[in-house]
Design a protein around this ligand. Structure first.
Ligand SMILES: *[C@@H]1O[C@H](CO)[C@@H](O)[C@H](O)[C@H]1NC(C)=O
Ligand SMILES: *[C@@H]1O[C@H](CO)[C@@H](O)[C@H](O)[C@H]1NC(C)=O
Ligand SMILES: *[C@@H]1O[C@H](CO)[C@@H](O)[C@H](O)[C@H]1NC(C)=O
Ligand SMILES: *[C@@H]1O[C@H](CO)[C@@H](O)[C@H](O)[C@H]1NC(C)=O
Ligand SMILES: *[C@@H]1O[C@H](CO)[C@@H](O)[C@H](O)[C@H]1NC(C)=O
Length: 308
């Protein structure tokens, strides 16, 4: 999963994605177009086929859940004091660890992560099993020193929006102690969508409309200003994830395959985040935040391990 991506205690035999939200993109575009007149989306595809690259590594790692993870990962600088308020008291923040990797990161700030990603072509080769694709959105807190030893960094991810139709993904995430809001994503079957004005857009909204949890990211390429090198993103995205520090997800993204080169190479971006999601208790928005659009293969153990 990200953390979630995981949960395979509940895997069932090779299942076909049967639940296609085929008109959702069109409806969402119409609503959004009316609201902002900014986003005119390309025509939706007639099925829920994803543009994501196929899983080509499941047989290399037969005992793991494998798939490709594609999406937008932004680093949102928030005041350290705010981070301290929203991160549970019992966890330390390893400020020295992120300053070592990013010496120029602004003083008094903390690098929170906002992301919307799509998990595609998820398979466990040894079980001849697969899980339908799903999307997830989250605010995550890297560089958490759960043992107070000053350097080991874990990523706290306590809450996710996850594709409502994917009960297995939802249960899997919950098995790690994560709070899940079943949600609807736009686009429904991909990581983001190109709008005609050149931005990339992804939106998630909880199905429970009374709760009104959402996360929206729109970005454009940022070729000349790249404050966070890909190495930093690689480090953050490969920190073990936890919601409950007894249960870590040693999820690994692979940055050494053909997906991170050539046409599908990561793209540095800048954009905006709009959200109403835990651990914040009120809606938040951040503009002009930087990060990357990227896709990588991932490997995930079949269940949680003790964090160590
Ligand atoms: C990631 O998703 C975008 C949007 O759907 C797609 O254009 C791109 O090809 C995907 N990248 C990979 C490596 O799957
Ligand atoms: C794997 O699953 C597929 C589809 O259900 C089936 O056709 C195939 O025989 C299975 N292979 C093994 C080794 O169980
Ligand atoms: C979630 O909401 C969407 C959009 O209203 C709907 O199409 C879908 O069926 C809902 N899914 C569940 C599991 O309630
Ligand atoms: C992140 O960087 C730190 C400092 O170089 C290093 O100790 C740690 O192993 C890295 N973590 C990952 C997951 O790459
Ligand atoms: C890619 O990285 C993974 C994880 O670090 C490693 O196991 C694998 O051997 C690497 N593959 C290549 C071709 O270097």
């Amino acid at each position: 999963m990200a953390s979630i991506d995981g949960p395979l205690s509940v895997l069932r035999p090779l299942a076909k994605l049967t639940h296609c939200l085929m008109f959702y993109t069109l409806i969402a575009a119409t609503i959004r177009g009316a609201a902002s007149s900014q986003a005119l989306l390309l025509p939706p595809r007639a099925d829920c086929q994803s543009l994501d690259s196929p899983n080509q590594h499941s047989q290399l790692y037969p005992g793991y859940a494998t798939g490709n993870l594609n999406g937008t990962t932004l680093i949102v600088p928030i005041p350290l004091q705010t981070a301290r308020e929203v991160i549970p008291d019992e966890y330390e923040i390893a400020e020295a660890a992120y300053r070592e990797l990013l010496p120029s990161f602004p003083a008094g700030m903390y690098p929170m992560v906002a992301q919307i990603v799509h998990d595609h072509d998820i398979r466990v080769s040894s079980l001849n099993a697969s899980l339908p694709d799903f999307s997830r959105a989250s605010l995550e807190f890297p560089f958490i020193d759960i043992f107070g030893d000053g350097h080991s960094s874990f990523r706290w991810a306590g809450t996710f929006l996850i594709t409502a139709s994917n009960e297995l993904a939802i249960e899997g995430a919950e098995s790690y102690g994560i709070t899940v809001h079943p949600a609807t994503f736009d686009p429904p079957c991909d990581a983001y969508i190109h709008t005609l004005d050149g931005t990339m857009y992804a939106h998630s909204q909880s199905n429970d409309t009374a709760a009104s949890k959402f996360l929206t990211i729109d970005t454009e390429p940022s070729v000349w200003n790249v404050p966070y090198p890909l190495d930093f993103i690689m480090n953050v995205t490969n920190q073990p994830v936890f919601a409950n520090p007894q249960l870590c997800d040693y999820y690994l993204r692979l940055y050494n395959t053909s997906l991170t080169t050539g046409e599908t190479a990561p793209v540095p971006v800048v954009g905006n985040v709009r959200t109403n999601l835990e651990p914040f208790t009120t809606p938040q928005s951040w503009d002009g935040v930087y990060g990357w659009r990227l896709a990588t293969p991932f490997l995930e153990p079949l269940g949680p391990s003790v964090c160590q």
